[in-house]
Design a protein around this ligand. Structure first.
Ligand SMILES: Nc1ncnc2c1ncn2[C@@H]1O[C@H](COP(=O)(O)OP(=O)(O)OP(=O)(O)O)[C@@H](O)[C@H]1O
Length: 223
């Protein structure tokens, strides 16, 4: 059983009268303990693929498997599955502007019933690890782009997911923080999960077990 698999995945969008096929039969496999980096030029479909792998979106054809189970089309099923099993760093981050950084990271834990005092301890620990220990009470708009990005990584790890899906999580970071995020992703996978990460950054590629290049709607992986 693999941690994450994509089999024959197709996804396209309607643009006016036309249909553009972005993914044309993508296969991907991530074992437990693995980091898979997805690389490719802007517009090649990395975010499209990661939305499918994270279960935020659903393929037109083909299937995604998580922990050996086929991801179902029902949005309700996918939302519940994600809440418990998948940590997602969106390219657009999607931090909640009306909550502090600490509250943003606590929220996923509270949604699965963790008592607030425990959620707070874990959120603090994660934010300190990501170098945001002195920004806990700030609101997202009061943070730099790179700080927001690190807060989004902390939030994705909050529920100790089995699967981490991160869309360019290091794109706004300086070298030191790119290394930090890369090592946190590596440690996450080493503890038994798997991470699928789109990136242009060599620090992330350096910790990957497989590098998959997306081009012309197809994915070519080398290990
Ligand atoms: N909702 C949408 N409707 C129409 N076209 C879309 C939509 N979302 C993405 N696309 C198109 O699909 C293609 C792939 O987009 P995607 O965002 O997946 O690429 P990407 O590799 O993540 O790019 P980047 O590195 O710039 O973030 C692009 O040509 C984009 O214009």
């Amino acid at each position: 059983m693999s941690c994450v698999a994509a089999r024959g995945v197709w996804k396209g969008y309607r643009v006016g009268p036309q249909r553009v096929e972005v993914l044309r039969g993508v296969d991907l496999e991530a074992g437990f303990g693995e980091v898979v980096a997805v690389v490719g030029p802007s517009g090649s479909g990395k975010s499209t693929l990661l939305h499918l792998i994270s279960t935020v979106d659903y393929p037109d054809r083909g299937s995604i498997f998580h922990l050996g189970k086929k991801v179902l089309k029902s949005e309700e099923w996918r939302a519940k599955w994600r809440r418990h099993n998948v940590g997602v760093v969106f390219q657009s981050l999607q931090l909640i502007p009306t909550l502090t950084v600490l509250e943003n990271v606590m929220l996923p834990m509270e949604l699965v019933g963790m008592p607030p005092h425990k959620a707070k301890l874990r959120a603090k620990m994660l934010l300190e690890r990501l170098g945001l220990g002195d920004k806990l009470e700030r609101y997202p708009t009061e943070l730099s782009g790179g700080e927001q990005q690190r807060a989004a990584v902390a939030r994705a790890l909050a529920n100790s997911p089995k699967i981490l899906v991160a869309d360019e999580p290091a794109s706004n970071l300086d070298k030191g923080n790119r290394r930090l995020v890369a090592s946190i992703i590596r440690e996450f996978a080493d503890s038994g999960g798997c991470a699928i990460v789109s990136t242009h950054e060599e620090e992330i590629v350096a910790v990957a077990d497989a590098v998959c290049a997306l081009e012309g709607g197809r994915l070519n992986c080398r290990r």
